[in-house]
Design a protein around this ligand. Sequence first.
Ligand code: ASP
Length: 340
Amino acid sequence: MTTTRHRAAARMIAAIGALSFLAACSGNGGGGGSGGDAGNYPEQNITFVVPFSAGGPTDTVTRMIAEPMAAKLGAKIVVQNVEGAGGTVGAGEVARAEPDGYTVLMHHIGMSTAPALYKNLGYQPLEDFEMVGLVTEVPMTIVARKDFPPATLPDLVNHVKANAGKVTLANAGVGAASHLCGLLFQHAVGVKLQEVPYKGTGPALTDLVGGQVDFMCDQTTNTSGQITAGEIKAYAVTTPERVKSLPDLPTTAEAGLSQLQVSVWHGLYVPADTPQQVVDKLSEALKVALADPAVVDQMAKLGTAPVAAADATPQAHRTHLEEQLGTWAKIIADAGVEAS
Ligand code: ASP
C-alpha cells in the first residue's frame, strides 16, 4: 500500500509506454523520461512544495533559501503552496511525485508527528522520501490578539482555565507545528480549548491581528514582525534560551510552564528512489544557501539560524527524523490525540 509501490507501478506503466514509443520510432532513448539524466541535473525548473499557505513561516524559510539554492544549481526554483490537513496534503503529493529531483518538499517537525496523529496518512516518512538535509530549527512563540485580557503567561493559564469554553486557539491543522504546540499547552495546563484550523499560520496571524481569534503558538519566523510592531501580544518563547531578536520575551520555563518546550526543525525532502547524484546536488546547494550571509542575516532577524553544515546532509536528516518519530509518537500517544 505504500506510495513507493504505487509509484513503482506507475513508472512501470510509463516504461512500457516509453518502450513501445522507442520501438515505433527506433530513436535513441538514452536518459529519457521527464527528469532526464541525473548527471545533467538540473535541466528544467525545480518546484519546491510548501505544505502550508503562502506568507507563513514555512513559506518564508523556503523562499529565503530558494534563491541561493537556485543560483548554485543553475536552475529556477518555483515555490508552490500545496496546503491542507496540517501539511499532510503537500507531503503526500511529493511522496507520489516522480523521483527525479524536480519536486522537492520543505517540511518541518510535522513530518515526525503526523504518523502518530493520522490513521491513514498515505505516506511513510522514512520509506517514501529521501532526505536532503536539515535547514533550520525555529523557536515558537505564544501570541495573542492585542486586546486579549491576559498580560502574562501565568495570566493566560488562569484565563484559559476559567474560560475554556470561550477561548479560541488557532492552528494550521492537525499535524502542524502550531497544532503540536497548542496540544502541549493544553496538556500542560489541563484544559481542552476550541481549536480553529487554518491552512497555514500566515492566514491565522492575519486573523489574530484582526482580533478574530484569541491566541496561538507560532514560529518566530512568522510572529517576530508583529510582536515588535506591537500588533499582537507575546507571552513566551518555547525554547530553553531566550531569542536574541526578542530579548524581552521570557522562556516558557521562566514564565512557569517548563513542560511546554518545542522548536520547529525544518528539512528538505525528495521522493524515495531519487538518484543519489541528484540528492547530493540538492544537499550541496542547501549547504551553500545556509552559508549565504544574507540568509544568515534574515534568519537572525526572525529569531533563528541555519543548521550547521554537518546537519544539512541526508544522513544527519534521516537520523534526526528517526529520533523525532519515536519522541513524538510517545508524547502524542500519552496525550491521547488523534486526527479525525
Ligand atoms: N507555522 C505553521 C505550522 O503551524 C505552518 C505554516 O503556516 O507555515 O505548522
